[in-house]
Design a protein around this ligand. Structure first.
Ligand code: BES
Ligand code: ZN
Length: 608
């Protein structure tokens, strides 16, 4: 306990601390409530141009409105009140992380303002793909990725999860292409070069999303289907056919699916993420089409965000664990429900190991669930901590209070905070009132939970996951490590999880002969499973196993998903023998990467 006078001295600090460090906008005085977009997608100049009309609700009188922008060209601004008066505006000082504030003078507090603008071809939230980089190689492709603070690179707006908006949009496209947005979509609307969208449910602005391409639709059931390029449509429809079962399983746990439609949209392989939970249509990397449904936990993850993230949203990026941690927990519950407990358990153990690895490398300050993000790019601090430590907190509560009580709590939480934002202190209060204090005999108080939120590492009483199937693999690992004999273990019917566990936990320094034996028997270099590749290629690199190099090159050139490429580039950049080669591969791959992935790999090679 601090002495009382210190509290009095320190209290004002919390008032001064910036509650919204990732936006220039004055969300305490004025809030955007609706966005209307009228945008033309020009694939020749790689620009979106047109109008964003923003509707505001004023809370306090203000003379000027400040919006977030990044690399936008603003042509004109007008007030859409009586006589559409032009408004004067200026660009403020550019900040490397936040972009440039657009300051609009608006003395009459007009509730509707239109901005005529154009994006930059390098917009951080857009990727314009030439046709060669798509699955069919026939038409170009555009997609947006706005989380965390890239929405401002294609819409001038209050780019903060602290507010919610409805939106509608008119999008002009080349005639042959289809536009899809995180809104009501009609997969049968004709290809006329113009598409209309309406999103009547209020969402945080980072969930506004657009994709344009040669997109076709396969429907599983009325409320769920998949968009993909023709070359991938059939494979995607088969791979993800359990999606409707996943929706029903989640509804059973946490209440009705709130967004009417749940579709998937398969992006080209340069998509820098595994998935993005854009409402009504999750964006998905094609690297999870493994042919055997083994990587579909990604779908359960993005689907779970329909509750944790999209319905109940982190109010600040510092609280991203409320989106990602609770989602990772629900993801696992969906896997258990649709597939099996043993599969879910294996995934828990793999996540736990990944977390341990991250914690070993991370600064203490980045090990707490609530992240110190002020002055930092949120992208840089999103590690396995908000995901896997966040999920472990949920497993801890499950263990202590019992599954039924935690399920009831979460169901109530989603209802209570539907279409609202939440911060960690608010969450803790709610948890205290509706779970901790309801069952005082369990003996968990908010003090225990605060450790998870504000302290590094894992609390001592965290529940460490175990898996019988992986314990068996651990036996095999021992045998292999001891004898390096290919007959010392028998991976019969191993799932990808078992393979990944094996590869991650065997002795990493091996002679090339043993590697060759392993590879020859189990075709690891040629695996079609991106997760197995991600576990095998580090071994190839660490041991300079040359037979694996061309597969690594192919992997790095054909995939832009950051989680699948950054660990490999990190190893290559550190390796005196392979660094130059790695850099050459990057130079070949770079034009096909998303701006975010380009930036991340640039950083890796900038370090000596
Ligand atoms: N919302 C995230 C992606 C994201 C997070 C984008 C932070 C920008 C900033 C998405 O739901 C996600 O977590 N994707 C993971 C999936 C995985 C954990 C199953 C990914 O892309 O790897
Ligand atoms: Zn997520």
């Amino acid at each position: 306990m601090l002495p009382k006078f210190l509290y009095i001295l320190l209290l004002p600090l919390s008032v001064w601390a910036n509650e919204h460090p990732h936006t220039f906008s004055q969300v305490d005085s004025v809030k955007m409530t609706h966005i209307h977009l009228d945008l033309k997608a020009d694939f020749k100049t790689k620009t979106l141009s047109g109008i964003a009309q923003l509707t505001f609700k004023y809370i306090k009188p203000i003379e000027s409105i400040i919006l977030d922008t990044r690399a936008l060209t603003i042509n004109s601004v007008r007030a859409d009140c009586k006589d559409k008066t032009p408004l004067s505006f200026k660009m403020g000082k550019e900040d490397k992380i936040l972009g440039t504030p657009l300051i609009i003078s608006n003395p009459n507090q007009c509730p509707q303002i239109s901005i005529n603008y154009k994006t930059s071809p390098q917009a951080s939230g857009l990727q314009w793909l030439d046709k060669e980089l798509t699955a069919d190689k026939k038409y170009p492709f555009l997609f947006t990725q706005s989380e965390a603070i890239h929405g401002r690179s294609w819409i001038p707006m209050q780019d903060t999860p602290a507010i919610r908006v409805t939106y509608d949009a008119t999008i002009y496209t080349p005639k042959a292409l289809r536009a899809v947005m995180s809104a009501k979509n009609d997969p049968e609307s004709p290809l006329s070069g113009v598409f209309h969208f309406n999103m009547p449910q209020a969402i945080p602005p980072y969930l506004i999303a657009l994709a344009i391409g040669d997109l076709h639709y396969h429907s599983w059931v009325k409320r769920s289907g998949v968009y993909a390029e023709p070359a991938l449509l059939e494979a995607a429809a088969k791979e993800f056919e359990d999606t409707p079962a996943m929706i029903s399983a989640t509804e059973k746990l946490y209440g009705p699916y709130p967004w009417q439609q749940y579709d998937l949209l398969i992006l080209p392989p340069s998509f820098p993420f595994g998935g993005m939970e854009n409402p009504r249509v999750s964006f998905i990397t094609p690297t999870v089409i493994a042919g055997d449904k083994s990587l579909t936990s990604l779908i359960s993850h993005e689907l779970a965000h329909s509750w944790s993230g999209n319905l109940v949203t982190n109010g600040r990026w510092a609280d991203i664990w409320l989106n990602e941690g609770i989602t990772s927990y629900i993801e696992n519950r969906i896997i258990e429900s649709v597939y099996s407990r043993s599969l879910a358990k294996m995934e828990q153990v793999l996540s736990y190991q990944a977390l341990q690895k991250d914690l070993a490398e991370l600064d203490k300050k980045d090990q707490s669930l609530v992240l110190p993000l002020e002055g930092r790019d949120p992208d840089d601090a999103f590690t396995d901590v908000p995901y896997n430590k966040g999920a472990l907190l949920m497993f801890y509560l499950e263990d202590k209070f019992g599954r039924q009580h935690l399920d009831n709590f979460l169901k109530g939480y989603f209802k209570q905070f539907s279409f609202k934002t939440i911060t960690s202190p608010k969450f803790l209060n709610y948890l205290d009132e509706h779970l901790l204090k309801t069952y005082p005999k369990v003996g968990i108080t908010s003090k225990n939970i605060r450790k998870w939120l504000y302290q590094p590492a894992l609390p001592n009483d965290a529940v460490i996951p175990t898996s019988q199937r992986l314990q068996k693999v651990a036996e095999d690992i021992k045998k292999w490590n001891k004898t390096l004999s290919i007959n010392s273990f028998s991976p019969k019917n191993w799932s990808y999880q078992e393979w990944v566990y094996f590869l991650n936990n065997i002795k990493q320094q091996l002679d090339v002969n043993s590697l060759a034996k392993l590879d020859k028997k189990y075709h690891l270099t040629q695996t079609g499973n991106a997760e197995i590749a991600l576990a095998w290629f580090p071994i190839v690199i660490k041991n300079h196993y040359q037979a694996g190099y061309s597969a690594i090159e192919h992997h790095l050139i054909s995939i832009g998903r950051r989680r699948l490429i950054l660990p490999l580039y990190k190893l290559l950049a550190k390796d005196p023998i392979l660094r130059d080669w790695g850099y050459q591969v990057f130079q070949k791959a770079r034009p096909g990467y998303h701006p975010l992935a380009q930036g991340s790999v640039d950083k890796i090679f900038a370090k000596k």
